[in-house]
Write a protein of this length. Structure first.
Length: 325
């Protein structure tokens, strides 16, 4: 069936700021205040404040563009830019939590107590072949494409809900990011190389203090090293990964929220995404990005975060949604 995009159809939002821009500016302001509070202890607070100012200026520049050409396309650009900035806000959490004492020893010990082993280590060691490594790495790499697919699906087929799902996604990210700022857990891929695999095998998990305040080097992960998706994941992690945001797993949490959104708009879409979702959830442990408890808590918490973000939109912004002309 042909789809009529109507990219340049005029729309009226009834407000200068979209819901996703309002919440992004609130997060910007909140973390800016936190920078001022922690200023003497932070590595480059002045640069961080200038970057935040740049994000504010970019936001209002896009508003000006939209006011000159108020249509679906410019609305889409405003939304997608705010969502793309999540790639900035994620490593930004490391700039805060690096000054706190690392908590990996607590979570690794809890993992050992619950499962009597380290599932991240056992999983990758028992399934090292290309037939496991490549599908899991493919699933992990599909994290952002999955969000893009669902977002574009709403834009094309359910435009009246487009602003809402963008808001819910961004708010969900920010809820987890605020948690990561104050709960510094790096995950097995960072922590285990520091303490040594002999300690891991013996169930000994020493605290490392503020080690990650000065060290953020990431060793290559487990799996089939010559695999296409293995190298895609490695390349993306070397660029954007930091020793932060392990508990709970936002990969599992956000992808679960994305699956809920997909199911609500199209069962067929959800079924198509389901294999990638399952591989992604397994991959978080397989590539040692997360402890198993991180992924479990990420899954459980996602439902509460989704409901909270949805209620926030319905209460504050639902009456000011897009109207096509």
């Amino acid at each position: 069936m042909a789809v009529e995009l109507r990219l340049f159809e005029r729309i009226e939002s009834g407000k200068s700021l979209f819901a996703v821009e309002r919440i992004s500016l609130m997060y910007n302001a909140l973390t800016s205040v936190l920078i001022f509070i922690l200023y003497p202890e932070m590595d480059h607070p002045g640069t961080m404040l200038l970057e935040r100012l740049g994000i504010v200026l970019l936001t209002f520049l896009l508003i000006g563009l939209y006011q000159s050409f108020p249509c679906r396309m410019t609305a889409f650009v405003r939304m997608v830019v705010q969502m793309s900035l999540l790639a900035y806000w994620y490593p930004d959490t490391y700039e805060f939590n690096r000054i706190f004492l690392n908590l990996d020893h607590v979570f690794a010990a809890a993992e050992q107590a619950v499962f009597h082993c380290q599932p991240a280590v056992e999983f990758s060691e028992h399934c090292p072949s290309e037939w496991f490594s490549e599908p899991f790495n493919m699933g992990y790499f599909f994290y952002y494409p999955m969000m893009l697919i669902v977002t574009v699906w709403y834009f094309v087929f359910r435009f009246k809900w487009f602003e809402k799902i963008c808001f819910v996604l961004v708010v969900s990210f920010f809820i987890y990011y605020l948690f990561y700022i104050f709960v510094p857990v790096a995950g097995p891929q960072f922590y285990f190389p520091v303490i040594g695999m002999d300690n891991v095998s013996s169930g000994i998990f020493p605290p490392i203090g503020d080690y990650f305040n000065h060290h953020a080097f990431l060793l290559p992960g487990p799996g089939y090293e010559h695999g296409f998706f293995y190298n895609l994941v490695e390349a993306s992690q070397q660029v954007g990964e930091r020793p932060t945001a392990a508990f709970p797993s936002s990969h599992v949490a956000i992808s679960t929220i994305v699956m809920i959104m997909a199911w609500r708009v199209s069962h067929k879409l959800a079924y198509c995404l389901l294999p990638f979702y399952l591989l992604l959830c397994c991959a978080t442990v397989y590539i040692q990005a997360h402890y198993l408890i991180d992924s479990i808590v990420g899954f459980v918490s996602s439902f509460f975060v989704y409901v909270l973000a949805t209620k926030m939109y319905n209460r504050w912004f639902a009456s000011r949604a897009f109207v096509t002309k």
